[in-house]
Structure formats: C-alpha cells, structure tokens
Design a protein around this ligand. Structure first.
Ligand SMILES: [Zn+2]
Length: 334
C-alpha cells in the first residue's frame, strides 16, 4: 500500500506522424484528442483535457513513449473550453519544466473561471436573455481545475523541440477569439483543436452529437481559408478521426458550407417571423432543421453559431433587434 497503482485504463498514444502522438481521452460518449509533439530537446503537449486527464492518460502515454514528465517543455492550451483547459492545474503539478501558454484573448478566461462563465459558458445572458442549462454548467465546474498560465502563445511564435523539430503557433480564431493551432512542418501536420468543426461535433462512434460551436463567423471563415491555404497532409482535431489530405480538404469544405447554410437558415427564420423572435425561439426552430444531431440538450451548443450569425447579419444591415417581449430581446430581418 502507499505505492501508486499503475493506470490500467490509460489509452495508448498513436504516432500519427513522426514525433506526433495522439491520445484520445474519454469524455462521456465522446473523446478529446490531446497531442504530444516530441523532439530530442523537449516535448510539447497540446491541450490538457479535463481535470484528471493528464494523470490518467498523458503521464502513462509519456511513459509508453519512453519520455518523462520533466521533458515536457511546453503546454499549449488551444482555447477556453473546459475539455481543453480543465486540466491546467494538473499540467502545473505534473510538468515542472513546462511553459504553459494559450492565445492572448483566451488566457483571461482560462485563468479566471468567473470570466469563463460570464463571457463564454453564460455568454448569451446579457445580449440574448438566454442561459445555459444549469446541469451543463455544473458539469463544466466539476471537470475543471483552473490555474495561472505562464504567458501567451502568439501567432508566428516558434517552439524548438531540438534538431530540426521546430513548431509554429498559428492564431486560428472563430470558435473562440484566442484559439491557437500548432503547425508541425516536418510532419506535414497541423493540430487545430476545435478551430474547425465541419457540420457537427460527433460522438466517438462518429454520429453527430451537437452543432459546430463556432462563435465569430468571419474569423471562423478566415481560419478555414488559412488552413486550406496551409494544406497540410494531416489535419489533427480534438473530436474527430485523424484526417489525411482528401479527408482534410473535405472537412474544411464542410466547415465552410455549414456556415453558409446556417446563415441562410437564420435569415429565413428571421424573415418568417416579421414581428420578431426571441433567441430561444430561434434556437428551438433552427435546432430541428440545421443538422442531424439530437435536439434535446443541444441548444446551448447551437447558441454559439446562431449568436455569431445574428451579430454578423446585424452588422450587415440584414437583421436587427426590434424590441423586447417580456423583457427578452426579439430579433427580425432588417
Ligand atoms: Zn472541444
């Protein structure tokens, strides 16, 4: 007794390209893929998972690769969602030599859970009179142990892992303002987290779980275009299978096509109700027509792109807030 029992449920890392190791950590019926990028002088961890993912899955994976926790020199948190930053305190405890960073706009939300709640998880209360399900919020709190970061991962920043293994940070906003990706030139691979999300986020078996949760539409489309221009042979995401060239291109095309389709669906919904619709009414209608995910419990995810489209349509003079009903804002076509 008193000795650490070995983790028997740890998933083995998969080397998807030279020095790039994928770890699919379980997340209910879904998974979150974390990545270790290894060079002779250091190891980079992309994303921390939820609280407990690092001790349960990342540390065993490092051991299977013959590396130690002290060799992890960089932890890059892709963005400010709990399945990606919930393990930040674990990272601090596990990796004494690592610099833990995220995109500048996401750092304050990752470090301060109240700001994450106000600006992200409950970010639709102020403008839309709509709030996330308390059960979802309780789950978010239960899987997160936040902590201070060491700084910012800026676009174009290079991290040297030794020999010719130098990665580059890419700013890929849209899902969040500060989302960052990692370009791995020697492996012709790019790690993108949730920067692009096709036409649904999926369960582990590939069936749709909920809508693509992009939030800032023009930024998101620019990120899709940037990744298309980069055209890496391997597209490595957080919630989808490993994609090679043709599948990567199709995934990016699906991401853009969904944006165009939802923009039209939001426009149509606003036009069909000239007296105005609340955000909740728009979500209820659009959730049943926009995709193949289950309707129950997925409004909170759809809130992200629908708010994004409402804001873009308003900015283009095609939608407007026409007043309030029972104290809740209503929206119509302009
Ligand atoms: Zn995610």
């Amino acid at each position: 007794m008193g000795e650490r029992t070995p983790q028997t449920d740890a998933v083995a890392p998969v080397e998807v390209a030279s020095g790039v190791h994928r770890i699919d950590s379980p997340l209910g019926e879904r998974f979150t893929s974390l990545y270790l990028v290894a060079g002779p002088a250091g190891v980079l961890l992309y994303d921390t998972g939820v609280d407990g993912t690092i001790p349960a899955h990342v540390l065993p994976a490092l051991g299977m690769l013959g590396r130690t926790a002290d060799e992890v020199t960089a932890v890059v948190v892709s963005h400010c969602d709990v399945d990606h930053f919930g393990g930040v305190a674990d990272a601090r405890e596990a990796f004494a030599n690592a610099r833990i960073v995220a995109g500048a706009d996401d750092v304050p939300l990752i470090e301060d859970y109240d700001r994450y709640l106000t600006e992200r998880a409950r970010g639709f209360v102020a403008d839309y009179g709509w709030d996330e399900d308390p059960a979802v919020l309780a789950w978010c709190r239960s899987v997160t142990r936040e902590g201070a970061l060491d700084g910012v991962a800026a676009d174009g920043e290079r991290i040297d892992l030794g020999a010719d293994r130098v990665i580059e940070v890419l700013s890929v906003p849209g899902h969040s303002h500060g989302h960052v990706a990692i370009d791995v030139p020697w492996a012709d691979a790019v790690l993108v987290g949730d920067a692009v999300l096709a036409d649904s986020v999926d369960l582990a078996d590939g069936t749709p779980a909920f809508p693509p949760t992009y939030r800032y539409v023009d930024d998101y489309l620019a990120t899709v275009a940037r990744l298309e221009g980069l055209d890496r042979g391997l597209l490595l995401t957080a919630h989808y299978p490993t994609m090679h060239t043709d599948a990567s291109r199709a995934f990016l095309a699906r991401s853009r096509e969904f944006v165009e389709r939802l923009d039209q669906l939001v426009t149509d919904a606003l036009t069909a109700a000239p007296a105005g619709s609340t955000f909740a009414e728009l979500l209820a209608h659009l959730n049943s027509v926009a995709g193949r995910w289950p309707v129950a419990g997925t409004e909170g995810a759809l809130a992200f792109p629908v708010a994004g489209h409402l804001e873009r349509l308003t900015g283009r003079g095609r939608a407007r807030r026409v007043g309030e009903r029972d104290g809740v804002a209503i929206w119509a076509a302009a």
